[in-house]
Design a protein around this ligand. Structure first.
Ligand SMILES: Nc1ncnc2c1ncn2[C@@H]1O[C@H](COP(=O)(O)OP(=O)(O)O)[C@@H](O)[C@H]1O
Ligand SMILES: [Mg+2]
Length: 313
């Protein structure tokens, strides 16, 4: 029986072969989470992948399979420029795999020194675009932290929301009951009521905006679980954002309000405020609201003939 086998964990230098016969050569370990290992990999067309392997971690085969199926299903459904792209998902030798587009690093690796306002606004815009798509699709992410935001670095960073491991479908309901949320990013309604909504994702975005803006998180994590929960209940993140006295701090403070109904009511509404901030230099205008079409083609004037008058007449 499959659930009685002990699968051999993949390792750097190993090869994973998909049921269709595609070979993926595993490179360095990119990340390690509670549920998976993520490897750099090269695929059959020499393109880069991130291969996420679901760890059995002493759980029954069926439980790991369910978790993989849920995450794969969400990623296959959610196609958006700011959501990580899944190329394939399969089971091989008793383990479950997701073949993801390979990103360069996480947002977590960028947190530590304050970003320029322009960078905060640009990254927030992309995350809001993804969050609006999730809200419109009836999905709560529940796990929006910097380690789950991937960055593709070209001339400007493109961010990709990832890790839908504990995301939940709303199925027409207003709220869901998450079974697991990291205590550091719990929204107040998760602490007080045990439920989350798309508004809870906005709260988690507020924590991220604060961290990008200041280089620090608005909660002291050193004092342990009870103290972190007490800070969330007391609204410390919101007060800290407000105390910054900056335009971005003010927007973060609305995202971090304790009562979800007093936060922004949608990702699009947050963008309405962010896009008004004067963070764009003369060479770098804000993204335009409406597409600008090229001016209609004009027929070039015939060459001026010398008629004794002015050549431009
Ligand atoms: N597509 C990717 N490209 C590059 N690195 C990735 C990618 N996906 C995940 N990682 C790395 O692996 C880590 C864990 O991945 P994640 O999907 O968040 O798994 P977990 O569910 O275990 O938290 C991430 O924080 C990141 O460092
Ligand atoms: Mg993760």
């Amino acid at each position: 029986m499959q659930n009685q086998q002990v699968p051999v964990l993949p390792r750097t230098g190993g090869v994973v072969v998909s049921p269709r016969g595609h070979r993926y050569l595993l490179g360095q370990l990119l990340g390690e989470g509670a549920f998976g290992l993520v490897f750099d990999a090269v695929g059959p067309f020499d393109q880069a992948y991130a291969v996420k392997v679901f760890l059995p971690a002493h759980r029954p085969y069926a439980a790991v399979r369910d978790q993989w199926l849920r995450e794969a299903g969400r990623l296959l459904l959610l196609r958006h420029p700011n959501i990580v792209y899944v190329h394939d998902s399969f089971e091989a030798a008793g383990l479950f795999y997701l073949l993801l587009e390979r990103c360069d690093h996480t947002l977590e690796q960028m947190i530590g020194t304050p970003f320029t306002d322009r960078l905060v606004v640009d990254i927030s815009r992309q995350l809001l675009f993804a969050l609006q798509y999730l809200a419109d699709s009836g999905i709560v992410h529940n796990d929006l932290h910097a380690g789950n935001v991937m960055v593709v670095q070209t001339d400007r960073p493109t961010v990709k929301l990832s890790d839908f491991g504990i995301a939940q479908e709303l199925y027409g309901q207003r709220a869901v009951r998450p079974t697991l949320v990291h205590h550091r990013i719990m929204a107040p309604e998760v602490v007080a009521g045990g439920y989350s909504t798309t508004q809870s994702d906005l709260y988690q975005l507020g924590l991220l905006v604060y961290a990008m803006h200041t280089g620090l998180y608005p909660i002291d994590f050193g004092a342990g679980y009870d103290d972190v929960v007490a800070q969330i209940r007391a609204g410390v993140p919101r007060s800290r954002a407000e105390a910054l006295g900056t335009p971005i701090g003010n927007i973060a403070s609305v995202l971090l309000r304790r009562h979800e109904q007093y936060r922004y009511t949608s990702p699009a509404q947050v963008w309405e405020d962010l896009r008004r901030l004067d963070v764009w230099g003369p060479t770098d205008p804000p993204p335009r609201r409406t597409p600008v079409h090229p001016p209609p083609a004009t027929v070039p004037p015939p060459p001026a003939r010398a008629r004794g008058g002015s050549p431009t007449s």
